[in-house]
Design a protein around this ligand. Structure first.
Ligand SMILES: C[S@@+](CC[C@H](N)C(=O)[O-])C[C@H]1O[C@@H](n2cnc3c(N)ncnc32)[C@H](O)[C@@H]1O
Length: 244
């Protein structure tokens, strides 16, 4: 009898094989028949239906960590309905939001913004992102949904899209507040992501150790901040810079 099987010989084949461990729809970071994000984004009162920017993004801008937009380009990975992409555009960036969910991208395009904003449907783990490299790359809430092995794809994407000297901001579930605290091997073995992974600030510093750490904190309103912002006690954010 002739048997046919994929014998893993490349990193992509290994990553695809590991994707296959997550069979019950618990991996919300790849294209499946059903888009899991529709049921979240279609709820009018869901927090992610907000138009407000993340508190940390506004704070980084106010503190001068994020430069004025000017002709600079910003990329929002897993932009959802585009609240942070639109805010970046309003600060003068040529802002691009990219998301796996066709539903989210259609909704994002329908929302008024102001400034130069583009929304694209795409898979940031498996597809080339054109138009870069970008001065600022931001991710709010996409990375913590990745299965452990897909961090490798994510780091490769970051390497491809972030300019030398560019800034990378990330907002994730905070360890002890929200997200699974199982170790990576357990998550892979059980083939279930439990709704997302909890990260400590040290985890983020370790995963993105090729970048210079600038600062990290929980999402909170700064004293004296008047702009309305998005903040949740179970989220924290970190800012990094790519070496020149
Ligand atoms: C928790 S939502 C956050 C949405 C948005 N950043 C916000 O904070 O309002 C995570 C988003 O990541 C997107 N996403 C997940 N995996 C992705 C992938 N492989 N490529 C692009 N987008 C992805 C989802 O479609 C979803 O819109």
């Amino acid at each position: 009898m002739v048997k046919s099987a994929v014998r893993i010989a490349t990193l992509d084949q290994l990553l695809d094989a590991l994707d296959g461990l997550f069979v019950d729809g618990s991996d919300w970071t790849r294209r499946e028949q059903e888009d899991p994000w529709v049921r979240i984004f279609s709820q009018d009162n869901h927090p992610l239906n907000s138009n407000l920017p993340d508190a940390n993004l506004v704070s980084w801008f106010r503190q001068g960590f994020l430069p004025e937009g000017g002709a600079r380009m910003a990329l929002d990975l897993g932009c959802g309905l585009g609240r942070n992409t639109r805010w970046l555009a309003r600060q003068g960036y040529q802002a691009t939001g990219i998301d796996l969910s066709a539903y989210a991208i259609n909704q994002a395009r329908g929302r008024s913004s102001g400034g130069a904003v583009t929304f694209r449907e795409g898979d940031v783990l498996r597809e080339h992102i054109s138009g870069g490299p970008f001065d600022v790359v931001y991710d709010s809430g996409c990375f913590h949904h990745l299965p452990p092995h897909r961090r490798l794809s994510y780091l490769q994407t970051l390497e491809n899209v972030l300019k030398p000297g560019g800034l990378f901001g990330i907002c994730t579930f905070a360890w002890g507040q929200m997200g699974s605290e199982e170790d990576d091997v357990t998550l892979l073995r059980q083939g279930h992501l439990e709704g997302g992974i909890a990260y400590t600030m040290d985890d983020l510093r370790q995963v993105f150790s090729s970048l210079e750490f600038i600062e990290g904190d929980v999402l909170q309103i700064e004293s004296g901040q008047t702009e309305e912002v998005f903040h949740m006690p179970f989220l924290h954010a970190a800012l990094f810079r790519r070496h020149q």
